[in-house]
Design a protein. Structure first.
Length: 282
């Protein structure tokens, strides 16, 4: 091979290697830029996803509080009716007791109205005053009792405030007050499994089937249909989405020894998430 040809091949090979190195370095730089942009996009996407998730949670909590405030005026109106009835019939002692209990209940409701979660102790205090007022309103036509599992810490157990009250109201006015004889209402709190809280509302009323028939008759007569139960169902759905927690509702028809309607049992299971503690101060 001549020197000229060898030199030409060497020059061409050097030029080719130079071009290859330049292209390699350019490609490497472009790849780094592309990876950097991809990482920045991923970080931005993660940030936006977090922000959207946070906004959705805040919106759900705000709606949860809003729905809760729709329930409060419903039973407040019923309490005022009871006070009015006691005053009109001249039952001054009963009226004073009613006003005193109503003032305490209203104060507690207003204190907790802006919070989506309250402690079990606070919830039981509200329900206790509510049931006392309903007993006054019905001339003590029914009795009730609370029971709580000793393993439960009422001060540090959180749940949606005022979610149970409409089920008590439903049991009283659609189940118990429609029957003759003894009328009894039980509210039980237990722990069915770890991180779960269960509330059972059980009455020995007429049952759902007879109550539904009576309700249909009342509606045909022009009676007002309460939306309390409908709002409760929506609040349960919001509780699930807002806190990413389980909240299940089951309603069971009870029967007596003769297989006749013997009342209703409502079972509500709440998932108790330890991270919810921070919400107590919200």
């Amino acid at each position: 091979m001549s020197v000229e040809l060898y030199t030409l091949l060497l020059v061409l090979l050097s030029a080719g290697m130079a071009v290859f190195i330049v292209l390699f370095l350019r490609s490497r730089r472009e790849l780094k830029i592309a990876l950097s942009r991809a990482e920045a996009f991923e970080r931005r996407n993660t940030f936006l996803s977090t922000e959207v998730s946070l906004l959705r949670q805040q919106l759900a909590q705000m709606k949860l509080v809003s729905l809760k405030s729709q329930i409060n005026p419903h039973f407040v109106f019923n309490c005022l009716n009871g006070i009015h009835s006691a005053v009109v019939t001249g039952e001054n002692t009963r009226a004073k007791e009613y006003i005193s209990g109503f003032a305490r209940l209203l104060r507690m409701v207003l204190m907790h109205s802006s919070r989506s979660l309250i402690s079990l102790k606070e919830e039981m205090e509200i329900l206790e005053y509510y049931l006392k007022l309903e007993r006054l309103r019905t001339s003590e036509a029914f009795d009730y009792n609370f029971s709580i599992d000793p393993a439960i810490d009422p001060d540090n157990t959180l749940l949606p405030g005022m979610l149970v009250q409409p089920f008590l109201e439903n049991a009283i006015w659609h189940g118990l007050m429609a029957k003759d004889g003894d009328k009894h209402l039980q509210v039980r709190w237990s722990i069915p499994q770890d991180n779960m809280l269960r509330c059972e509302v059980e009455d020995n009323g007429i049952g759902r089937n007879l109550a539904a028939l009576r309700c249909n008759v009342d509606l045909k007569a022009g009676a007002h249909q309460s939306k309390g139960m409908e709002i409760c169902m929506e609040r349960i759905e919001l509780y699930r989405s807002s806190f990413n927690s389980k909240c299940n509702l089951e309603i069971e028809d009870l029967t007596d020894e003769n297989n006749a309607p013997g009342g209703t049992r409502v079972c509500i299971d709440f998932e108790v998430n330890p991270e919810m503690t921070a919400i107590m101060s919200a």
